[in-house]
Design a protein around this ligand. Structure first.
Ligand SMILES: NC(=O)c1ccc[n+]([C@@H]2O[C@H](COP(=O)([O-])OP(=O)(O)OC[C@H]3O[C@@H](n4cnc5c(N)ncnc54)[C@H](O)[C@@H]3O)[C@@H](O)[C@H]2O)c1
Ligand SMILES: N[C@H](CO)Cc1c[nH]c[nH+]1
Ligand SMILES: [Zn+2]
Length: 439
């Protein structure tokens, strides 16, 4: 007799349950950036790096990444070393990286916004000029896994946007440098790399140290320390978003192989014990089959421990009444990744209002988007897709308004401005406008 597999412990819910709303809200809550202890530690790290620069950055890196560096030169990767990593890759990896980079570049080139202007009848010109950031800092996570794909996803849009200097930080726990990460930095045109991570890296990018230059904006995902630090330095520098642990919401009409769906859920659960994997379907037998596939396949995973914990803590198989209820759940959860594993995914699109990225049909595994489809994999998490968008070229640019008045235009606008300025009792404004009014 064979042993039956250990159950995953993933929650089974139905929307008919009296406590469904409460249970779903509990599952969705991620208090990633509000833990008081984390907040205090991050504040201490930020303050130390702000006041003591490189010395504090080295100390924190030694402590949290278990290094024994004596100075920042040991935590700096030179351009020749990046090239060496790229040249030294096995051909298969080098080609895969180059193919992914090319697809990501092509996709992001379509996002490039243009400056524009128009001319009014009296010759006044109004417009908008788009300019790139001078210096961007990209955070590449590296605590529990190495992410060469995140190097491409952060650096390529910055490059396409025309950023003058791209500074990358990435932790190297126990001093282990990942060759693919360095090679990706070379390929994506990163200018400088520092092997520091966590809140100390965010502080260095935000405030600058003797070695790390201060940047204008920090982008990229990270763990709770990174997210908390990014939120704290916002204002001093720009940030893209607070991206939390990875998430996937799969909606299945029952027609997809249960093992495919189980592995799609695992693909995000394996990132982190706090990652979230949810499957919604109106077909109870199909949910049973996926649950059985989960139990069967779990022992085959390299990161079984992380996946089990993620599924037990934050995963769910949800039975809903039908398609309409599934669409309502999607919009309520506002997932980072939505897989529409259904017969006619296009038919669903008009109903979907909140999702970071939408993977259409049975063949579009979310993992393809993580690496090489082309769209960005840095996406809003924890319901923030309600108000934010994937990382893109636009995150590395800003806009300036252009106003060029003709003498006639200045005269006409001067009359309007003068009246409004006197209404606000701002008479210097009024007189400034009035000087330009033609008699
Ligand atoms: N949204 C995306 O595009 C995307 C992509 C990849 C990864 N992710 C997510 O990013 C996260 C990456 O997290 P990670 O931990 O692997 O890497 P990370 O680089 O974000 O964090 C590692 C750093 O955290 C700091 N740290 C760890 N424990 C600490 C402690 N006790 N005190 C102070 N600092 C401490 C250390 O400095 C370490 O260098 C995961 O949640 C993953 O799901 C998201
Ligand atoms: N799924 C992650 C974003 O949530 C991105 C990633 C990188 N490597 C594998 N996956
Ligand atoms: Zn992933």
């Amino acid at each position: 007799m064979t042993d039956s597999p250990v159950s995953s412990g993933i929650a089974r819910l139905t929307t008919r349950d009296a406590d469904f709303d409460t249970r779903l809200s509990t599952l969705l809550a991620w208090e990633g950036v509000s833990d008081a202890q984390v907040q205090q530690r991050v504040d201490e790290i930020l303050q130390a790096v702000r006041t003591r620069g490189d010395a504090a950055l080295v100390e924190a890196s030694n402590r949290f990444d278990r290094l024994s560096a004596t100075g920042m030169e040991e935590l700096t990767v030179t351009a020749p070393r990046l090239r060496q990593a790229f040249d030294g890759l096995p051909a298969e990896q080098r080609e895969a990286l180059a193919s992914a980079a090319e697809r990501i570049r092509l996709y992001h080139e379509r996002q490039r916004p243009e400056s524009w202007h128009y001319t009014e009848a009296d010759g006044t010109v109004l417009g908008q000029q788009v300019t790139a950031l001078d210096r961007a800092g990209i955070y590449v996570p590296g605590g529990k896994a190495a992410y060469p794909s995140s190097v491409l996803m952060n650096a390529i849009p910055a490059h396409v946007a025309g950023v003058r200097e791209i500074i990358m930080v990435v932790p190297t726990p126990d001093g282990v440098l990942n060759e693919l990460v360095l090679a990706a930095a070379h390929l994506a045109g990163v200018d400088r790399v520092f092997t520091v991570g966590g809140a100390q890296a965010v502080a260095a990018l935000a405030y600058g140290t003797e070695t790390v230059p201060r940047v204008d904006k920090i982008v990229g995902p990270g763990n709770i320390y990174v997210a908390t630090a990014k939120r704290a330095v916002f204002g001093q520098v720009g940030i893209d978003m607070i991206a939390g642990p990875s998430e996937i919401l799969v909606v299945s009409d029952g027609g997809t192989d249960p093992e495919w769906l189980a592995m799609d859920l695992f693909s995000q659960a394996e990132h982190d014990e706090d990652a979230q994997a949810i499957l919604v379907s109106w077909d109870a037998e199909h949910l049973d089959a996926v649950e059985a596939a989960i139990d069967r396949l779990l022992p085959t995973l390299e990161r079984e421990g992380i996946v089990r914990e993620s599924l037990a803590r934050r995963g769910a198989l949800i039975q809903c009444a039908g398609r309409e209820e599934a669409a309502a759940l999607i919009n309520r959860i506002a997932p980072e990744h939505l897989e529409l594993s259904v017969a006619n995914p296009e038919g669903w699109l008009p109903e979907i209002r909140h999702a970071g990225a939408i993977f259409m049909g049975r063949y579009t595994a979310e993992a393809l988007g993580d690496y090489c489809a082309g769209p960005n994999h840095v996406l809003p998490t924890s319901g923030t897709a309600r108000f934010s968008s994937p990382l893109g070229v636009y995150d590395f640019q800003k806009r300036s308004s252009i106003i060029h008045c003709s003498p006639e235009g200045a005269s006409e606008l001067g009359k309007v401005a003068s009246t409004l300025a006197r209404g606000e009792s701002l008479t210097a404004h009024a007189r400034s406008a009035e000087y330009r009014i033609k008699e």
